[in-house]
Write a protein that binds this ligand. Structure first.
Ligand code: 3PG
Length: 223
């Protein structure tokens, strides 16, 4: 954190604490892309009924910002983050919509710097030691590992634990019920993310019971 002044260091420490509590609450963080506006509330309700109450809503569809806004207003008991934040403009829009945390698929110095002044914590995406070093230089210590399976999965997390002893990760991308317990057993994993509980056919058919059941079954694996 040598490049940050003491005010920014304190702010980053506060945000790391906040991320730790958000990720501890989540354990599994669904990555949601809303295709139809009418799906926003039933989809979130199904996840919550299955025990998943911390949601990453991606800005990949036209309804991402609307979903964040509506969930913040109509489901204040949930914790709503914005995902697929790629640049400064998307960061500003996500914060303006009320996102309680920000997730990015990768790391650029520009984007990570843009978030430094904000009280809203960011989980920068990393897939390599170099990405983590971009974050480290700016004081970041909590990251998304993306795409987790393609980036080496559990073996990569073990290896990264050497040089980056303070880093904690949310592996996402290829995580599912087959491998999630192996990820969660790693000391540098705080939660996992993924979209396997949001099968596109279930959503298309409004089969919310399946979303709920799949979420609950995944959480049960962690008991
Ligand atoms: C993400 O953006 O984090 C991923 O799309 C989620 O990965 P998954 O679809 O492989 O679970």
């Amino acid at each position: 954190m040598t490049t940050l002044d003491s005010g920014l260091q304190q702010r980053m420490a506060d945000k790391i604490k906040l991320l730790d509590s958000i990720c501890a609450r989540a354990r599994i963080m669904p990555v949601i892309t809303i295709a139809r506006e009418e799906d926003i509330l039933p989809l979130a309700d199904a996840l919550a009924a299955g025990g998943l109450t911390v949601l990453e809503v991606t800005l990949r569809s036209a309804f991402g910002l609307t979903a964040i806004r509506r969930l913040r207003e109509e489901r204040p008991e949930l914790c709503i983050g914005a995902g697929t934040v790629l640049d400064r403009q998307m960061l500003a829009a996500a914060e303006e919509a009320g996102a309680q945390f920000i997730v990015t698929p990768g790391s650029t110095t520009e984007l990570l710097k843009a978030s430094l002044d904000s009280p809203v914590p960011m989980l920068p995406g990393t897939s390599s030691a170099s990405d983590i070093m971009i974050g480290y230089a700016l004081g970041y210590r909590r990251f998304k590992l993306f795409p987790a399976e393609l980036s080496g999965g559990v073996a990569a997390l073990k290896a990264l634990g050497g040089p980056f002893g303070e880093a904690r990760f949310c592996p996402t991308g290829g995580v599912n019920t087959e491998n999630l317990t192996r990820y969660m057993a790693q000391p540098n994993v705080m939660c996992v993310g993924g979209s396997w509980m949001l099968d596109s056919q279930w959503i298309k058919n409004g089969d919310w019971a399946k979303v709920q059941q799949c979420s609950a079954e995944a959480l049960k694996l962690l008991d």
